[in-house]
Design a protein. Structure first.
Length: 322
């Protein structure tokens, strides 16, 4: 039994050293496994919370159903204000993004115990890691938003866009307008031609030699700029979320570690040292509590910004109004 324990500890130290050196990648790296497991836990928590909340919604909404209903109305009102009544179509997608990012951000506010000390006590393996403190998670969420924008844009070019106009009379009916698409094949290639804009307009407005000399050069420039704009959306979404949540997480972790050091010094010392270290530990706890309150607000704001930007990008490609 002792030999088996020593072998396990040696293997854990070896894995930690290999992971720190960058030799372990993918699921061979324990840190990556923790992030994946943590992400699965957050997704399961979102699904379970939504299922419980839905069961509470009815003629008389109670408990978590009230909170979920308010959150849904909040997202729905934002979508309708940006896109009109047709925005309701995109509420489930944006609501899913909002809840996942929000719960992921708030999950980093709770301390989780270490499983075991690795590599001379400096490296620690944790049960749970806030998913949005890892750039891989924020980049994946930005990629989901990026792909969704392309999908909704292509769908509009292929099959058209259905616009709804709400009536304000007593009948409370809606007028529906459907713009015809280009068809699956023509619409697919038509979507990619938007990278040329506004080159066709320049070609139509310019006359003579300027049309043939200047417009092709400007067309190449516009293609590059439009591609950069699309990529910049992906990068900005991922870096903004990662930077804010990771920074808050690092500050809080350092404060908690400093507080633990002061408590250890207070327990090992005596007399004036005990009082001094105890006061310092209380100050560190107060700072940590303040950072937690700020992190709660920042987590909501970042989730709000992420889904609003996603909704804004969708509104520019999926409706005729923009």
């Amino acid at each position: 039994m002792l030999a088996y324990t020593n072998a396990c500890l040696s293997g854990a130290v070896f894995l930690a050293e290999e992971a720190a050196s960058g030799k372990l990648t993918g699921f061979d790296n324990p840190a990556n496994c923790v992030v994946v497991i943590s992400t699965v836990i957050v997704v399961a928590l979102v699904v379970i919370t939504a299922a419980i909340s839905r069961s509470k919604i009815g003629l008389t909404t109670t408990g978590m159903g009230t909170v979920f209903e308010l959150a849904y109305e909040f997202v729905s009102d934002m979508a309708i204000s940006m896109m009109g009544p047709v925005g309701r179509r995109f509420v489930p997608f944006c609501m899913s993004i909002f809840l996942f990012v929000l719960i992921s951000n708030w999950s980093g506010l709770f301390p989780f115990p270490a499983l075991t000390a690795l590599a001379h006590g400096e490296e620690q393996g944790y049960v749970f890691e806030c998913p949005t403190t890892q750039f891989s998670t924020t980049f994946a969420m930005a990629a989901v938003s990026f792909v969704a924008v392309i999908f909704f844009g292509m769908r509009k070019y292929m099959f058209g866009a259905e616009e709804r106009t709400e009536k304000t009379n007593a009948s409370d009916t809606e007028e529906k307008h459907h713009s015809e698409g280009m068809g699956p094949i023509k619409g697919f290639f038509g979507w990619w031609t938007h990278f040329l804009h506004p080159t066709p307009m320049l070609w139509h407005d310019m006359q003579g030699a300027m049309r043939y000399l200047l417009v092709p050069i400007l067309g190449c420039l516009f293609v590059v700029l439009n591609i950069i704009e699309e990529v910049a959306r992906l990068v900005s979404l991922s870096i903004r979320l990662y930077g804010n949540i990771h920074g808050e997480h690092v500050v809080k972790s350092n404060l908690v570690n400093t507080m633990q050091d002061f408590i250890s010094q207070a327990l090992s010392g005596g007399g004036a040292a005990l009082v001094g270290y105890f006061i310092m530990s209380l100050l560190m706890w107060g700072c940590s509590f303040f950072v937690t309150c700020i992190g709660t607000l920042a987590g909501f704001i970042q989730a709000y910004v992420f889904f609003v930007l996603t909704l804004s990008y969708i509104s520019h490609v999926a409706t005729d109004e923009h």
